[in-house]
Design a protein around this ligand. Structure first.
Ligand SMILES: Cc1cc2nc3c(=O)[nH]c(=O)nc-3n(C[C@H](O)[C@H](O)[C@H](O)COP(=O)(O)OP(=O)(O)OC[C@H]3O[C@@H](n4cnc5c(N)ncnc54)[C@H](O)[C@@H]3O)c2cc1C
Length: 378
């Protein structure tokens, strides 16, 4: 890149790379910080991405092929006392409720797209630019350095993720079971239509997680089979297991200005995006959807700026912060509410929630509204 970068993006995860490609499309010069080395461990997760995320990634030619992005035509959510909610794509006049995307495949697509973007230079340490966007994930060191308060609520749960093969095909259905202890088991369809491959995300009590992680493969699969009442027959474990502590968090400030440099000149501005700005419980599969919406929102305010404004103009950044904060707050409250609702064992809550689920399943209007929010179509 002959001219200096206008935007420096710290962190080349899915959000950082997506933002780099969006800005490059607007002919903004980007330095993308991706320290050499990185982790060699393959991510066993698969993400539920909504229609808005799919459209965004497709526009960047970064959407994985059909074998790595499985449409969810139906979704079954089971409560602990017989309550059940059933979503069907055709009822909402859409092709799919979400797509379950293999994480390494998506990361590869994005890395390839970045390689062919002439406006993006991959660098191994931060460079000065009018705007720095921090996409370093939930444990962002730059956010710490900037002294931004990070409000964290820890759930007493860990999420275990793994890949399974089931005895029976998944029928393009995502299934979730909430139990009376607030644990949530999700089995998400993978490998394309008709396959028997699944991504598991099991949010369990933090003290039970080590025990489940230490079980041998057969014993672990038997526990999963019990937890879902044998819904898909027996399972085979097809990957390693990995676990994450769960939290809901939001940074107090999402934008700001670096302190003046040693030469007395004011520093550039900064903005947080993706998990560096916020995290939510994975039970609704919305964390990355929110992060991609951050990238789209920031690129949008930069694209629509007056020609004389710099990309680091604080007024633009404030617009970004206002819009995205509201969205993230709503999603954080919704996932937190669900988690709380299922973590209480005192009567009459267990009865009420199952009664509520049955009632909700019959209420076409509200159900339609919730489904459209989750699909990113609202
Ligand atoms: C079990 C589980 C299941 C989930 N399922 C879903 C789902 O179904 N749907 C969904 O939408 N979301 C889901 N999420 C949330 C999703 O994982 C995150 O929201 C998403 O990964 C955030 O992406 P990111 O790019 O902001 O951060 P990250 O993925 O954390 O990427 C940050 C990047 O920055 C790099 N980095 C860190 N520090 C520095 C530094 N100092 N300098 C330079 N680079 C740095 C890291 O190496 C990494 O590459 C799930 C989360 C969990 C834990």
């Amino acid at each position: 890149m002959a001219l200096p970068p206008e935007v420096c993006i710290r962190g080349a995860g899915i959000v950082g790379r997506t933002l780099a490609l969006l800005l490059a499309r607007e002919r903004v010069r980007v330095a993308l910080v991706a320290p050499a080395g990185g982790t060699a461990r393959k991510d066993v997760r698969a993400y539920a991405l909504n229609a808005a995320s799919k459209a965004l990634l497709e526009s960047l030619r970064a959407w994985p092929d059909a074998a790595h992005a499985t449409p969810v035509r139906e979704m079954l959510v089971h409560g602990d006392g017989g309550g059940r909610v059933h979503f069907q794509a055709r009822r909402h006049a859409v092709d799919a409720l979400a797509w379950i995307v293999d994480v390494p495949a998506l990361e590869r697509q994005l890395a390839d797209a970045v390689r062919f973007a002439p406006q993006v230079e991959v660098v191994d340490s931060p460079v000065a630019a009018p705007l720095t966007v921090v996409c370093e994930g939930r444990a962002s060191a730059t956010r710490e350095l900037l002294g931004v308060h990070h409000e964290v609520t820890r759930y007493p749960q860990h999420a275990i993720a793994a890949r399974l093969e089931a005895e029976t095909p998944h029928d393009d259905t995502a299934r979730q079971w909430f139990d009376a202890q607030g644990e949530v088991l999700a089995l998400l369809p993978l490998g394309g239509p008709g396959s028997r491959h699944l991504a598991l995300v099991w949010s369990v009590d933090q003290f039970r997680a080590p025990e489940l992680m230490a079980l041998d493969a057969d014993a672990f699969c038997e526990r999963v089979r019990e937890a879902c009442g044998g819904a898909l027959g027996a399972f085979t474990l097809t990957s390693e297991r990995a676990a994450w502590p769960l939290q809901r968090a939001t940074a107090e400030r999402w934008i700001g200005r670096f302190p003046a440099g040693d030469d007395g000149r004011p520093g550039g501005t900064w903005a947080l995006a993706g998990d560096a700005a916020h995290t939510v419980h994975p039970l609704a599969g919305q964390g990355l959807n929110l992060g991609l919406a951050d990238a789209a929102g920031l690129a949008q305010v930069i694209r629509s700026r007056d020609y004389w404004r710099s990309v680091g103009d604080e007024r633009l950044l404030r617009r970004y912060e206002r819009a995205r904060r509201a969205d993230v707050l709503a999603m954080g409250l919704a996932t937190d509410g669900l988690q709380q609702l299922f973590s209480h064992t005192l009567e009459p809550l267990p009865q009420l929630r199952n009664w509520g689920m049955r009632g909700f399943d019959r209420t076409r209007l509200i159900k339609n509204w919730i489904a459209r929010q989750a699909m990113g179509l609202a």
